[in-house]
Design a protein. Structure first.
Lengths: 814, 198
């Protein structure tokens, strides 16, 4: 560890020197009336271009009107910075403080009758690393309507994204079939660092404090670093706008299922040079209900808070941000099992075991997670270059409580604390001929510790992790074609200290390095037609849990890559802790090719995205036997590596029938195979189709601006599932001393995938006459009270998914 | 002049980063006492007449490792004899007696038994693992007057052989009632011995 840090200390002063030279290079240029501002105006509710909006420089006569396609340009401006006012009949007026370093690019005006605010997406806030990479953004309308959902569920409204769940409370995003350590989450510009290795560890982020959610579907490793094999989920808070009056919103939501009460607020204020943001939310939820029975111990208690401040001067922006997230959530009581006999009974029981009456109590098994993020970033702007330095500090605390004997029941079985520091330095360099680009350096330091007092041998060891990455991304525009190239080098050093089952100490120092590259191409084929294609490599070093995990996890045992050996009799033993000398564990390396074609026309838009992802040294678990211990019989799994191939297509389209009706359609298809062993994987998201119909009939008496929405979804049965070996078959095999996995160690599932299912949601939004700032909505989810089980829900063995849910919400804006 | 300020801020950033990197932290994980692990189960059959007790042990030295546990051969009991059977649970890794914990929490724990019919005259049948109301001679009760099973009585039938299964269930949060069977709660012990009556 120590030598690595010394290396870094030597490197960083080098960067400081580099900064000084850049700063000197940013020289003043003489002012003249040569400034201009341009962009495209859209209707926020439909995402279609908005014709003939008026654009005016505040307190002057200078202005223009957007053309038919929403485009505008004002040239010959003498001032570098000014306030600009966008207006259109029937839409909310928007005032924006403009400076030449932020291109306007996209201006979204909100119709007066919706609860949304008009927003500007500035050039550099256009998310994603590359123009050629496919980025899909959750539409503001869908985001606003479903803001009380978990981050995972909300992200899954983007085509190509699905969820890995452990019941209703623990939801992780799956992007193009990959999840956990293979999906990177970037919250507010900072990599979200948490115990991502666990399938039942959801990201600790409250989406109600965010404003934009988008997905980069390509391998965006060059820009964001390791782990982005499947893609990147980007979450951003609202922009802190200068020169804006005190504004805010208060949102109250009640849900029948779980009898939850939820509230959130947001306050914003902008001065000439300073802007502030404060927001917070609170959720209290009791036991949820499946059609026909209560889901005991599925309550949730969540609190979150975010504070931000931004200082702006003509060449410099300084942003500070702090957020706090605190969540306690129950896990279905009937899903907690001991040995295989218990598991068999839990699976067989029609209604989950231990089902009781409704309650707000949260007992074991449960999780408590607290995440704090602090960020400070400074950005310098010059005529044609900018310079960013950003520091992030995160504290992630995770406690997991199992059902245990005696006083241990109040002790967490897992109690981890992860500190992460990150420093990003980026220089957006001046154009070199036709090439523009970014050069950046990323440094991360992490300290992961097991806190004492669990009375269990730590499941994963303590570790310290240092990573250093440097990247270059260049993009050249030739006519209507953009070519992009990116290159990155990472070095990662980990020092690990853990305890074996007998409390003996073990330790190791590991290092990994990798070169990643990306190449992309974007073509504006013709008006409204864009083609993008991108090939990128991605990597991630094996996680400590994949190397060192040992022991029982509910009804199965698992042994990490360095915790088991196979002896000459082909038996698995786990008496020794291995090192890289005994078994080499190379990093996972992936190559992903993503192409998309987008068409946007007057009344309709469509996009189709295809991808191929090949991952070498893919780490997975496979069954290796059944062990009999004092508690009974348990199947055990060992970690291994193989090659994985994932191929898929996402499609989405929308059509505006007329002033009142609007349709949206989406579909996601994924095919994946373990090509190393020629087998299927467990838990691939099945094909799903979605259709959304919006109807805006206008006013009914005292209710104004009514909007009705019908949301239909069909999820198919997964046809690419591995073989099924039932728990009883496992028990019988153990009893008759047959080794089920000796001749065939293909992965298996305890149950076949659930049937396909159809879900229907409806919602109705309205305003009340003479109460212009209040927006109400009523939603009914799973209107048909359909019983269904989600294949990618880990609790599908035990209980049905949620039944009907009435959601009432009121939002007050000022 | 302003530029200088930015630079000092920047230097501050870097210094801060370096300071953190300098904190070399080699914390070792704490030594934990995994109280809940049971490595050894010992059954002691004491003849009521006063003859020498017969013991049977099952031990699993690798705990959560993949090796199977080893019951130390068959239990051999005399025909037509009355025995008192006690159960002792130990964690040999930590050298700890887990039996006491079960006694302390007997209102959340219960032993169930399953055996070949008709190896015993009393209790008759094949035990109460499959059906709570089947006969079994518990000698101990918890505070709610429900049986526990750390001590039980057995009267063997004539010579024969078969299996003897002992299952300990953890039934917390009022799951243990006067009717709760072996299908409630999680298994903490589930061991099968061969049994010979001679």
């Amino acid at each position: 560890m120590k030598p690595l840090i010394k290396t870094l200390s030597k490197t960083l002063p080098g960067i400081a020197f580099f900064l000084v030279s850049v700063s000197d290079a940013i020289a003043q240029k003489p002012d003249s009336c040569s400034y201009e501002v341009s962009g495209v105006i859209y209707d926020l509710s439909t995402n279609q271009p908005l014709s003939f909006a008026s654009i005016q420089i505040k307190d002057t006569n200078v202005g223009t009107v957007a053309d038919e396609n929403g485009r505008f340009i004002i040239t010959g401006l003498c001032e570098k910075e000014f306030d600009i006012v966008f207006s259109h009949v029937g839409f909310k007026r928007l005032t924006h403080h403009h400076d030449p370093h932020h291109e306007l690019s996209q201006v979204f005006l909100a119709p007066e009758d919706v609860a949304l605010e008009s927003v500007i997406i500035e050039g550099e806030a256009l998310e994603g690393d590359l123009n050629s990479n496919t980025v899909t953004k959750l539409s503001t309308q869908v985001f606003e309507n479903n803001q009380t959902e978990s981050l995972g569920d909300l992200a899954a409204r983007i085509t190509g994204v699905s969820v890995l769940k452990t019941g209703q409370n623990i939801v992780k995003p799956i992007i193009h079939g990959l999840h956990s350590n293979r999906v990177l989450i970037v919250n507010n510009g900072i990599r979200h660092e948490f115990q991502n290795w666990g399938q039942e560890h959801a990201p600790e982020i409250d989406p109600s404090l965010a404003e934009h959610i988008s997905i980069i579907k390509g391998a965006a490793t060059v820009r964001f670093g390791p782990d982005a094999l499947g893609g990147v989920l980007l979450i951003n808070p609202p922009e802190m706008e200068m020169v804006s009056p005190l504004s805010g919103a208060l949102n109250l939501v009640g849900k029948s299922n779980g009898r939850s009460g939820e509230g959130s607020f947001r306050l914003q204020k902008g001065y000439d040079k300073l802007a502030f943001l404060a927001s917070g939310s609170f959720i209290r939820q009791g036991d949820l209900k499946a059609p026909g029975y209560q889901l005991t111990n599925t309550g949730k208690l969540e609190k979150s808070l975010a504070l931000g401040a931004k200082y702006h001067s003509s060449h410099f922006d300084l942003t500070g941000f702090y957020s706090h997230f605190d969540q306690e959530l129950g896990i279905l009581s009937g899903s907690f099992t001991g040995n295989l006999n218990d598991l068999a009974r839990a699976i067989e029981s029609e209604i989950p075991q231990n089902t009781g009456d409704f309650s707000y109590d949260i007992d074991s098994p449960k999780q408590r997670v607290i995440h704090d993020l602090f960020k400070l970033s400074g950005e310098w702007h010059k005529e044609n270059q900018s310079f960013l330095i950003q520091y992030g500090f995160q504290v992630n605390q995770r406690q997991e409580f199992d059902v245990r004997r005696g006083t241990n029941n109040d002790r967490p079985a897992i109690d981890l604390e992860l500190f992460s520091h990150s420093l990003d330095v980026e220089w957006d360099h001046p154009a070199w001929n036709l090439w523009q680009g970014v050069i950046g350096v990323q440094w991360v330091y992490q300290d992961n510790n097991n806190l004492p007092g669990t009375n269990t041998i730590p499941f994963i060891p303590n570790y310290n992790n240092t990573r250093f990455g440097v990247f270059l991304i260049e993009s050249g525009t030739f006519n209507k074609n953009t070519v992009e190239l990116g290159l990155r080098y990472d070095f990662q050093g980990i020092s690990v200290r853990g305890r074996a089952a007998d409390n003996d100490l073990f330790s190791n120092d590991l290092s990994y390095q990798n070169l990643s590259a990306t190449i992309g191409f974007k073509k504006d084929v013709k008006e409204g037609h864009v083609f993008r294609t991108n090939i990128g490599t991605a990597w991630r070093p094996p996680n400590v849990s994949e190397l060192y995990s040992f022991g029982r996890h509910q009804s199965t045992f698992e042994y990490g890559l360095w915790r088991y050996e196979i002896n000459e009799n082909n038996e698995v033993t786990a008496n020794r802790i291995l090192t890289e000398q005994d078994r080499e564990v190379p990093s996972e390396v992936g190559i992903k090719w993503v192409s998309s074609y987008e068409i946007s026309q007057q009344n309709w838009q469509a996009d189709v995205t295809g991808y191929i992802n090949l991952i070498h040294n893919f780490i997975y678990t496979k069954p290796a036997g059944i062990t009999q211990n004092i508690r009974g019989a348990f199947p055990f799994f060992i970690y291994d590596q193989t090659d994985a191939l994932l191929i898929g297509v996402d499609f989405s389209g929308s059509y505006r029938h007329n002033e009142k009706f609007n349709s949206t359609f989406n579909a996601g298809i994924l095919w994946a195979r373990d090509v190393g062993n020629d087998e299927s994987f467990v838990g691939l998201p099945p094909i799903n189709l979605g259709y959304l119909l919006n109807y805006s009939p206008g006013s009914f008496g005292l209710l104004l601006n009514n909007r009705l929405e019908l949301d239909l979804g069909y999820t198919f049965e997964q046809f690419q599932a591995p073989r099924v070996i039932s728990v009883n078959q496992l028990l019988e095999a153990k009893e008759s001393d047959i080794d089920l996995f000796e001749s065939n160690d293909e992965v298996f599932d305890f149950l076949a995938p659930p049937d396909g299912y159809f879900l229907m949601d409806v919602s109705w939004g309205f305003q009340i006459k003479n109460v212009p700032d209040l927006y109400g909505s009523l939603q009914i989810k799973n209107v048909l009270d359909q019983s269904f089980r989600n294949y990618t829900d880990r609790l599908r063995y035990f209980a049905d998914d949620l039944g009907r849910n009435f959601v009432v919400s009121f939002k007050y804006k000022f | 002049m302003k530029k200088l300020n930015y630079l000092s801020l920047l230097a501050g950033f870097l210094l801060f980063g370096l300071t953190i990197a300098g904190c070399d932290d080699d914390d070792e994980p704490p030594v934990e006492n995994p109280e809940e692990v049971i490595t050894d189960v010992t059954l002691t059959f004491t003849p009521v007449g006063g003859a020498a007790p017969i013991t049977a042990t099952a031990s699993d030295p690798d705990g959560e490792g993949p090796q199977d546990l080893e019951p130390d051969g068959a239990i051999t009991l005399d025909a037509n004899t009355e025995y008192t059977m006690t159960i002792e649970l130990r964690n040999e890794i930590e050298d700890e007696d887990v039996t006491e914990e079960i006694e302390d929490e007997d209102d959340e724990h219960m032993f169930f038994f399953s055996f070949t019919d008709p190896l015993f005259d009393s209790p008759e049948g094949d035990g109460n693992y499959d059906n709570r109301s089947d006969p079994l001679n518990y000698n101990d009760k918890d505070e709610n007057d429900n049986p526990v099973g750390l001590s039980t009585s057995w009267t063997t039938a004539g010579a024969g052989s078969g299996t003897f299964r002992v299952v300990l269930k953890h039934q917390p949060d009022n799951l243990k009632t006067d009717t709760s069977g072996s299908d409630v709660g999680a298994s903490e012990v589930d061991v099968v011995w061969d049994l010979t009556i001679r």
